[in-house]
Design a protein around this ligand. Structure first.
Ligand SMILES: NC(=O)c1ccc[n+]([C@@H]2O[C@H](COP(=O)([O-])OP(=O)(O)OC[C@H]3O[C@@H](n4cnc5c(N)ncnc54)[C@H](OP(=O)(O)O)[C@@H]3O)[C@@H](O)[C@H]2O)c1
Length: 388
């Protein structure tokens, strides 16, 4: 059985940190909960691939796992999880029946843990899929079906590529769903160019890149000047969320509403991506155009939303909830690496030993882009030229 070092989140560490801060979740230091562990991987079966993880991106479900603020996933999974559902690795071994990958290939993981009959995930790998072991580890054994060939020639550097395996398919799926729903109501011939807005975050940024690439007006409402600047360079208009106090009061929402009306000639936003919920949701709802679509696959600030159903009906607004892509959709999303998806990466590339700190900084919302974790200090020759 291959052995490796991998990060884990355990109920004991969650409980110890909660006790340290007297139960005040706002004081939790996520770095105290994410611990480096030794792990025995399963034997490489006939359809398995043995991976050396080179780089991974930090994902919010790890923060949720460490805080146990949505569900206590470590508890639900029997006391401990090994998180990590977005990684880039080198194939170092293959089972006898593996046909798509050979030793030396570079692969991306995806996190569709168990497709339903339509291909959508019932659960997420490295999170709520039973027995799944995630990829914040030096090595991993995964089924061949969980891997996509890394598009090494796409023009992105290694860290940018590592930023995308989870976020890009999520954004791709939300975009095709939201646009499809809008087009059921308003055809292309009736209205070609749409106003598309997203709130902060890596998924929202990628969503806007898709909208922009198809010729729509794209608006990024974020509190981070660095992230807004990066998107402005791609022709995506920034809206400073902090100028509206992150929608703390009704007056802030009113002022935001006025601003959006001005910049859209009174049209408002036809499609909105909201991965955050909480105070962001009513602000988005207030600027939703008639026939609009509000799409979400996240609940970072709140799991519950509240809205006026009459207003939604009269304006013919659709709220759509998605999760993650189908396997075939994940392959399709990968085609847009470098062409459309040019992710913003946080300025520091974290070393393997700094993974806990990376998650605390994500929790503090101080990162200037998607956090990248460099897992392997020694990189294979095939990707060395892709390191900036
Ligand atoms: N279902 C799925 O398949 C799926 C996939 C990916 C992500 N998600 C979920 O979607 C959410 C966003 O993920 P992401 O990867 O896009 O995020 P990300 O790149 O890590 O960015 C998080 C963003 O949250 C915003 N934020 C933090 N605190 C805030 C606050 N108090 N008020 C308003 N905004 C705040 C920040 O926006 P500013 O720029 O405004 O500071 C930041 O850019 C997470 O909850 C994640 O778990 C779900």
């Amino acid at each position: 059985m291959p052995k490796t070092r991998a990060y884990s989140i355990s109920v004991d560490d969650i409980a110890a940190e909660r006790e340290r801060v007297g139960g005040d979740l706002a004081q939790v230091n996520v770095a105290n909960v994410i611990k480096l562990d030794d792990l025995e991987l399963r034997d490489v079966g006939p359809t398995d691939v043995h991976l050396k993880i080179l780089a991974a991106s930090g994902e919010h479900n790890v923060e949720h796992g460490a805080l146990a603020d949505t569900i206590n996933i470590a508890d639900a999974r029997g006391g401990k999880i090994y998180p990590g559902n977005s990684a880039l690795g080198e194939v170092i071994g293959v089972g006898a029946e593996v046909s798509k990958f050979a030793v030396g290939d570079i692969a991306l993981t995806h996190c569709n843990g168990e497709p339903d009959r339509f291909g959508f995930p019932l659960r997420i790998w490295g999170y709520d899929q039973p027995d799944s072991i995630g990829w914040y580890s030096e090595e991993a054994v995964v089924g061949e079906w969980q891997l996509v060939k890394a598009p090494l020639e796409c023009g992105l550097n290694l860290w940018e590529m590592a930023a995308l395996p989870l976020r890009a398919p999520t954004a791709y799926h939300m975009w095709r769903r939201a646009l499809g729903i809008y087009r059921v109501k308003v055809t292309r011939e009736q209205q070609a160019v749409l106003n598309v807005m997203s709130f902060g975050g890596g998924v929202g940024e990628l969503f806007l890149m898709l909208a922009k690439a198809e010729g729509h007006n794209a608006y990024f409402c974020s509190g981070s000047p660095a992230r807004r600047d990066a998107l402005e360079k791609q022709g995506i208009t920034g809206i400073d969320q902090k100028a509206y106090n992150r929608f703390a009061s009704r007056d802030d929402v009113k002022a935001f509403r006025k601003h959006v009306a001005q910049i859209t000639d009174g049209e408002d936003m036809h499609i909105i991506c909201d991965m955050l919920r909480g105070p962001v949701f009513p602000a988005g709802f207030a600027v939703q155009a008639r026939m609009g679509v509000n799409v979400s696959a996240g609940w970072q600030l709140s799991q519950v939303i509240d809205y006026n159903s009459t207003i939604a009906s009269v304006k013919q607004v659709t709220l759509d909830h998605t999760h993650y892509e189908t396997l075939i959709g994940i392959e399709a999303a990968t085609e847009f690496y470098g062409r459309v998806f040019k992710p913003t990466v946080h300025e520091e590339i974290y070393a393997f030993s700094d993974v806990p700190r990376a998650f605390e900084e994500m929790h503090q919302n101080t990162q200037t882009g998607i956090p990248i974790l460099r897992i392997a200090s020694d990189l294979p020759k095939s990707v060395r030229s892709l390191v900036p």
